[in-house]
Design a binder for this molecule. Structure first.
Ligand code: CTP
Length: 413
């Protein structure tokens, strides 16, 4: 999979402290390295109880440092140099204890000494029990650290590995941490090809209620639309992402409007106009239940089945493309399982779009789900009035970056 080398030339000094979330750090190292970063690792004594230096050495491809007066550290580079050579110091996981030490400037081992010696920006991904996270002492330390310019990512709400307790305290996912590091080093957006433009994107499925607990939905994950939102933002645009229910975090910098139904999505889209570009990546339900029940439908024991009468939803793309406030560039998607190009062309004219990104959503052989829907890769054919271009299989992130580059090029032509 091709991944943009957004961290090329950067050295990240990863400080791993002693929490159970330390087991996720090899993945974090991998995510940063695949983006081009050099990753050097320091582990506290506590961290080595959860994961071995050998593992981190293998995934980072560098020696791992553990003790302050480790002869090798001092002979090879010295802790001051280790601190100075980093473009960023990333503490993940950061325990309550380590945060307290940092807040007070204690320096009694290699990790804490480096924190005091570094002049590089510092990012921390706290991870601890929810009670510890809520404790007034931790809150005070957090404020002190923020005041010192430390960037904090997470923690997330979730279940704790040790106790099954839930609440805020779980370390952010390695991918989210890598993306936060990436965003910190992102190039100047004001020089991007979409600087000063407004890009509107619909994404995800819609949920059409049957009654207060049931709904009609589809398997769209929202990944392609969210990737487009991130790419448009990186290209300098102001981005409004109108999203149906997904499990995804909004990309950094993007304004997300969360909706449930197709009707809500249309209203939110109209409200977000004017825009220079509109991308309709949502898998909008074609139909909704004509009269959703305000009470939960109950079985009455007679074996009688409820009759659901469906009514057609508004076509959001078509409404915007044929409306008075039409964005200069409109891109639609066509999820197809057969005659992909033909259906794509038909949608281009029928809906009034400038581009249709047609993708084959046929599941892997012998299965009824899987493949592009919900997956990370996409194989598209880009259809315009000039013809159809089949693209090779790429990650959804790469598809997004190239589609945005194309839109920017055409818009600025
Ligand atoms: N779309 C929309 N509003 C709808 C239905 C679809 O904005 N109510 C948009 C989608 O976001 C996508 C494009 O139209 O960009 C194509 O959607 P698709 O569901 O493939 O098209 P349909 O019109 O539903 O065609 P069909 O069901 O015949 O495949």
């Amino acid at each position: 999979m091709l991944i943009d080398q957004t961290l090329a030339g950067r050295t990240i000094l990863l400080v791993i402290t002693g929490g159970i979330a330390a087991y996720k750090t090899p993945d974090l190292v991998r995510r940063m390295r695949e983006r081009g970063a050099r990753v050097r690792v320091i582990m506290t004594r506590g961290a080595t109880g959860f994961i071995t230096p050998l593992t981190l050495g293998a995934v980072s491809g560098e020696p791992v440092f553990t003790e302050l007066w480790d002869r090798d550290v001092e002979q090879d580079i010295g802790h001051i140099r280790l601190a100075r050579e980093a473009d960023m110091v990333l503490v993940a996981p950061a325990t309550a204890d380590f945060m307290a030490k940092m807040a007070h400037g204690l320096a009694d081992d290699l990790a804490s000494t480096v924190m005091l010696a570094t002049t590089a920006p510092v990012m921390m991904a706290p991870a601890m029990n929810p009670k510890m996270w809520q404790h007034p002492a931790t809150r005070r330390n957090l404020e002190t650290l923020r005041g010192d310019g430390v960037m904090i990512i997470g923690p997330e709400i979730g279940e704790m590995a040790e106790t099954g307790e839930s609440g805020a305290g779980r370390m952010s996912e390695p991918m989210d941490i890598a993306m936060a590091v990436e965003a910190f080093f992102a190039p100047d957006r004001s020089a991007g090809p979409l600087a000063g433009r407004h890009v509107l994107i619909t994404a995800g499925p819609t949920h059409e209620p049957i009654d207060p607990v049931r709904y009609i939905a589809n398997r769209s994950s929202g990944k392609q639309g969210y990737a487009l939102a991130g790419a448009a933002y990186a290209a300098g645009a102001r981005v409004t992402l109108i999203s149906g229910p997904t499990g995804l975090d909004a990309p950094t910098g993007v304004d997300r409007v969360s909706v449930q139904t197709a009707n809500d999505m249309l209203t939110a889209t109209q409200k977000a106009l004017p825009a220079d570009v509109a991308i309709f990546a949502a898998a909008v339900a074609d139909w909704r239940v004509a009269a959703a029940s305000s009470e939960k439908l109950k079985k009455n024991g007679s074996g009688e089945r409820p009759a659901l009468t469906l009514t057609e939803n508004p076509d959001i793309l078509k409404t915007i493309a044929t409306g008075s406030n039409r964005p200069a560039r409109i891109m639609g998607f066509a999820a197809e399982t057969q005659d992909i190009e033909k259906h794509g062309r038909d949608k281009l004219t029928r809906k009034g779009a400038d581009y249709i990104v047609a993708n084959n959503v046929t599941p892997p052989e012998g299965e009824i789900v899987g493949g592009v829907m919900g997956g990370d890769a996409n194989m598209i054919t880009l259809i315009t009035a000039d013809g159809a271009e089949p693209w090779p299989t790429m990650s959804k992130t790469d598809v997004a970056a190239r589609l945005i580059a194309r839109l920017a090029h055409d818009l600025n032509a």
